[in-house]
Each structure stands twice: as C-alpha cells, then as structure tokens.
Design a protein around this ligand. Sequence first.
Ligand code: HXC
Length: 283
Amino acid sequence: MIFREDLLKDKVVLVTGGGSGLGRAMAETFGKLGAKLAIVGRRQAILDETADAFRQAGIPVLTHALDIRDAEAVDRAMDAVFNHYGRLDVLVNNAAGNFVSPTERLSPRAVDAIMNIVLHGTFYCTLAAGKRWIARGDRATVLNITTTYAWTGSGYVVPSAAAKAGVLAMTRSLAVEWARHHIRQVAIAPGPFPTEGAWSRLMPTDELASEAVNRVPMKRVGTPEELTTLAAYLISDAADYINGEVITIDGGEWLNGAGMFNSMERITPEQWDMLRAMMPKKS
Ligand code: HXC
C-alpha cells in the first residue's frame, strides 16, 4: 500500500456492487485505509460472505441487500446507512450490468436490464445521497465507475455504452451544479480488468479474452490493486480539487483503438525497412 494507513480514516464509504469483483476490491482497500464501509448488492449471501472477511480484518461494514433499479429501495438503503453511521462521506457507484450481443438481437427488456442498472440505478443512488447531503450541509464525494467506450461508443455493448455515456454526463454536470454544496464528482474509466462477473459476460471465449489483452499497448490487463489505489486517491481529501474529471486506467487501450495508424503495430522491423525503401524519395 503506497498510502499512509489513515488516508481514509473514519470516512463512511458506500460501495454499490461492493460484495464482489472490483467493488469488493475497492471496498477492501478503503477499509484497510481506515474507512467505515457500507456495501450493497442484490445477493445478501454474497454481501454476508464479503462482510465476514472484512470484519475478520477489523474493517467495520454494514450490508444491505439492494437492487439499485428500485428507487424506493435505494432510498431505504440510504436511510439505513445514515441511521447506522450518522452520515455518508463517499458514494461509489460501481454496480453495473453488461453482456455482449449484436444490438439487433436485443429485446426491449434486455436494453432496460442494462440501462436501468447502469444509468437509472447510478442516478437513483446519486440522487438519494445528494438530497441528504444538501439538506444536511455535508461535504461529500461521488465516484462513478464508467468506461472508455462512454466517449468512443462501442458496438456489441450498446446499452452499456449509452448508459455509461449518461453516467459521464452526470459526473460532469453535477460537478458544476453541486460544487457549491461541496459535493465533488469524480470518475474512473477502467480498461480490461478481469473479474469473474465481467469476463464471463464480455469475453466468453479464451480467444476473445486474448484478443482483448493484445489490443492493450502494454500487453496486459490491469490488476485490482492498480484500480483500487487510484480510487482511494480520488476519494481522499488529497484529491479535493479534482472535480468532474474522469481518469482513464487502461494501459492505453482506447487510444490504440482510436489512432488511425495504430494497427501498424504488427509490422516487423524488417518490414519497416522495406516500407521505407518503397517510399518516394525527396524530389
Ligand atoms: C441477449 C440477454 C442476454 C444476452 C440477458 N438478456 N442476457 N439478451 N444476450 N447475453 C436479456 C434476457 O433475455 C431478458 O430479456 C433481459 O435481458 C433481462 O434478463 P434477466 O436475466 O431477466 O435480467 P436480470 O436478472 O435483471 O439480469 C441482469 C443482467 C445480468 C445484466 C442481464 O447479466 C446481470 O445480473 N449482470 C450483473 C453483473 C454484470 O453484468 N457484471 C458485468 C459488469 S461488467 P427477455 O426479453 O428475454 O425477457 C461492466 C464493465 C463494462 O459493466 C466495461 C468493460 C471494459
């Protein structure tokens, strides 16, 4: 851990989807840095298992089963957190849903499943926390987990792309609107970070998974520690002047897809020599 272990001392942090995957990894890091945690997710058994592990490590944690698509349930969960800890300092909108599919194969319910989780669910959580913070005059931070294809778009994950673009717009909009309430908005756009939940839905074959790694200029996926370290910094007081910014952590993956000539990566040094020889000389 590169931080002092009291970086997040006594901050109350709510992580949606905090029972598994990267949500759990972030929550654990925050806890090790002194935060008091609330984790919410759809499955109580997963939350319990994670909470037991956290408590054994001496990390205080509240669990609350919640499907963030249900706005009233979000409100009840928020009440539970404020009642238990007396306040909330940081909301981490991590819960998401996604799968790969040709867009024309999607049913309206499939579109709703993703967009209701990613866009509406994130909005409901932010709204429920924000209303309370503003009424109480509390300073606070929202960290949204978005993705690089929020700005490039991406085929085969179009409901997710549309929803994450909405989350990015929300981050930037509220950064301005809620700054006068001292409510900061930050976002992380991760590239490929393998977790069971994401990989099984997005990289269903080994071939697709290795193609995904190959597209990253650094030729590797990210580690949970790299993501959780960035998240801890962004929610800490050290990042107090960062507002409305999205930090990409993807080994350069999206830029590789964007640059017109990047596919020339596959050309060998010998082939470059040949290409140079073929080019017109100065006339
Ligand atoms: C086409 C599909 C489908 C698929 C589900 N549907 N999977 N359509 N291809 N692979 C359709 C169903 O047929 C149904 O429509 C509708 O979607 C709702 O499906 P349900 O299973 O009833 O919904 P629900 O139980 O709410 O499940 C939500 C879910 C599921 C999103 C579909 O996958 C889930 O619970 N995921 C949560 C975890 C997750 O997705 N983690 C990965 C996040 S990764 P019909 O019309 O048939 O009823 C991520 C990273 C992004 O976000 C960035 C990467 C770099």
